[in-house]
Design a protein around this ligand. Structure first.
Ligand SMILES: [Mn+2]
Length: 356
């Protein structure tokens, strides 16, 4: 496995590449161009500049998260053709600098969703939380406002203002789109991409929906084992794979994460994994914890063991962390708790390696 760390770029992150390079066992960053509007081609010169900057810090830049998918592709509108052409050009440009995996998601309108971006825990740390009853009592417009107020002045990935400016209009467009239609639109998108992925060697790795169920009446399909099996069969190619996110899928207690890792890992279809923990209070009621097994509801040893047993050689990153030690930063993406998570996961891996 290769341990990597998400970085939002010099312009939009208070964490430096030097900070990241000093985390034990860290091999590279997971990056993106955050100033290119969704649907447009990522210019090669900007990609090159980012890659050069990362390489100068002694880190690799082999994973991109995310190249966001334009809503017209998810909706299956005729205008998707141009956006898919643009996506393909972005894949070609990313391959030029040595990118190997692209993480993306296929969630309509809203990316990840929380009811609280800074819930205070008894130890004084702050974390993100989700309560279905709060979400149900909130309109989509109110959620967008709450996210922009709670973001500490940072942009939140997937919550870029330009995506949400035409919120009402986009929500109306989804009124005729059900899960079946969304699967068909994803299939169309992947079928167009796969020849280019095979040619360039870039693997597509879809991120599960977070939380893994419908919100605001919008369809969500990357939610459970059955649907992941279907997703992989839409195009049966090793380039059509997963970003298995333990925290996203783990919000549904029926999702057996180690079993999913064994099943899809053996198929060679997990290209990237996000490992984090969360505490499930009740269905639809959870908060994010430190990565440590005993702090949350997921067993990190069993997760890492499943990865180890299937010979996982892809990319892994710690996922959201709490705000600890007085750190001020982008919710979920501070330095300290994610660094602790990374070293903990690397430690579990070392133990598995030496015990085998
Ligand atoms: Mn994730």
């Amino acid at each position: 496995m290769k341990m990597v760390f998400r970085w939002f770029g010099r312009a939009d992150d208070n964490i430096t590449l030097k900070d990241i390079a000093q985390i034990p066992g860290m091999t590279g960053i997971v990056g993106a161009l955050f100033d290119v509007p969704v649907g447009e081609v990522w210019p090669l010169e900007k990609i090159r500049a980012l890659a050069d900057e990362v390489h100068q810090s002694g880190l690799e830049f082999e994973v991109v998260e995310s190249v966001n998918v334009h809503e017209d592709i998810k909706l299956g509108l005729p205008s998707r053709e141009q956006y898919i052409d643009n996506y393909i050009q972005t894949i070609r440009n990313l391959a030029t600098v040595g990118v190997k995996v692209i993480c993306y998601n296929f969630m309509p309108v809203f990316d990840w969703l929380r009811s609280d971006l800074a819930k205070e825990l008894p130890d004084g740390s702050a974390t993100m939380a989700y309560q279905e009853e709060i979400i149900k009592a909130t309109t989509p417009v109110e959620i967008v406002e709450r996210f922009s107020e709670g973001s500490q002045g940072f942009s939140l990935p997937g919550w870029e203002p330009e995506r949400l400016a035409e919120l009402k209009q986009v929500l109306e467009l989804y009124e005729g789109v059900d899960e079946e239609q969304l699967f068909q639109n994803l299939k169309y998108f992947l079928e167009r991409l796969m020849p280019v992925c095979e040619e360039t060697g870039i693997k597509m790795a879809i991120h599960p929906d977070d939380p893994p169920w419908s919100v605001f009446g919008l369809p969500r399909i990357i939610t459970n084992r059955e649907n992941l099996v279907r997703l992989l069969s839409l195009v049966d190619s090793p380039y059509n794979g997963l970003t298995l996110c333990t925290g996203s899928l783990g919000a549904n207690p029926n999702n057996d994460i180690p079993a999913m890792i064994r099943e899809f890992g053996q198929m060679g279809r997990i290209h990237f994994i996000h490992v984090r923990n969360l505490k499930l209070n009740a269905p639809g009621d959870f908060y994010e914890t430190s990565h440590l097994s005993s702090d949350g509801s997921l067993d990190m040893f069993e997760i890492m063991k499943a990865l180890y047993d299937v010979g996982f050689d892809g990319y892994i990153r710690p996922d959201h962390g709490r705000m600890i030690w007085g750190e001020q930063g982008r919710p979920g993406y501070g330095l300290y708790d994610r660094a602790l998570g990374a070293v903990y996961l690397t430690g579990l891996w070392e133990a598995l390696n030496k015990m085998s």
